[in-house]
Write a protein that binds this ligand. Sequence first.
Ligand SMILES: C[S@@+](CC[C@H](N)C(=O)[O-])C[C@H]1O[C@@H](n2cnc3c(N)ncnc32)[C@H](O)[C@@H]1O
Length: 442
Amino acid sequence: MSQQKKSEGSGHGAQSRAAAASALFQVLEKGESLSAALPYATSKLPDADKRLASAISYGVLRVLPSLNRLVGAKLDKPLKGKLKVLHYLLLVGAYQLYCQRIKDHAAVSATVEAARILGKRNHKGLVNGILRQLLREAPSADDSHQRELPCDSMQNHPRWLFDAINNDHPEHADNILAENNTHPPMWLRVNERFSTRDDYLRQLQDSDIAATADASAINAIQLHAPCPVEKLPGFARGHVSVQDRSAQLAADFLNVNAAHRVLDCCAAPGGKLLHLLERHSFEQPVQAIDIDPKRLERVGENLERAGLSAVIHCADVATTNDWWDGEQFDRILLDAPCSATGVIRRHPDIKWLRRAEDISELAKLQKQILSSLWPLLKPGGELLYATCSILRQENQTQIESFLQQQSGASLIPITAEHDTLQLLPGQYGGDGFFYARLKKAQ
Ligand SMILES: C[S@@+](CC[C@H](N)C(=O)[O-])C[C@H]1O[C@@H](n2cnc3c(N)ncnc32)[C@H](O)[C@@H]1O
């Protein structure tokens, strides 16, 4: 839970509550992602208010059904139309009372004042009345000023996802559901062109940043507490990047060397691409493709920060005639578009934006991309299929059906025990990820 100061002046911080309510409205009513809605809603706020609005909106999305139930029970009739934003403001208020270390009176007054900022001055009494009712009925806070939220039988997941997780991972379902509602750790990837991981750990120690090296992802460091990137030694010069440890395994599994001709599909914002470039001085430029021009701008920025380069195509990867020069690749990394159900800890909006029917659509798209790319692989070449999904349909089932259709394709086992690798959220501290190494017959 957030580490806000316990006391705030009356009404102080109302802007951050109003911004959180607006961002939540955009996500839950308009289907926008929180990572797009939040910067817009908080663009005019000072950094401290931005951080508070972010902590509140991410937090609300983690426990949305529990908060909806609390607030819904206090409303005579649902808030609709132009008043709907007040529903989200009430969730913002309830979240502070239950889940944040903010004094009750400060939380209530700032939230009531936020109603005015949202243009609902006449409804300040309603917000005040409901938050005070919640306070009267709330269990008293413990020493750390935390109240326990009423339980939700699906651990604050939508029914379809709760069922899919239980179906695909019956033994681990409880753990996955609980992990999905936690705050993920911050992981770094050390750029081995500038320092060894041990050297970088010493630099972190000198900067009073506590961290631990990962046991198997050889460039990965887990910070004991999140830290603004500006405080990381050498961040601006590309000495280190932020990347989850599960994602860092791609650079190992691709089994690449400097002589290989390499294609990175679905490359933006460039995390795995940069990792490859940091590790190898390729004889031919790596080619990277993504369909989203905005996200490709981030690839450009990241390459520039690290002083590295690649050939970038903005294209639909499946329409190979539009961008392929006809020369096959030794290695293809396909970080396929997916449900992102492995990274719900980082993006809790995924729980509410994804629909059950999206999964079949995504599986169709993945299948189409895989079969369009296969002819681009040299005989004897390898394609690494990766997703940040934990759903079988996008992962094991997808690969099994590909292997049935492509007689020249076989699996190279990822580890001695596993043909493919399904990492679950929180496993080794990392995100949920899937990897399969496909080899093309000679
Ligand atoms: C999981 S993200 C990739 C993350 C990236 N590999 C990294 O390590 O930073 C998936 C990407 O697929 C891209 N994408 C989705 N459909 C695509 C398509 N048909 N062709 C090319 N890129 C696509 C999205 O724009 C998105 O950037």
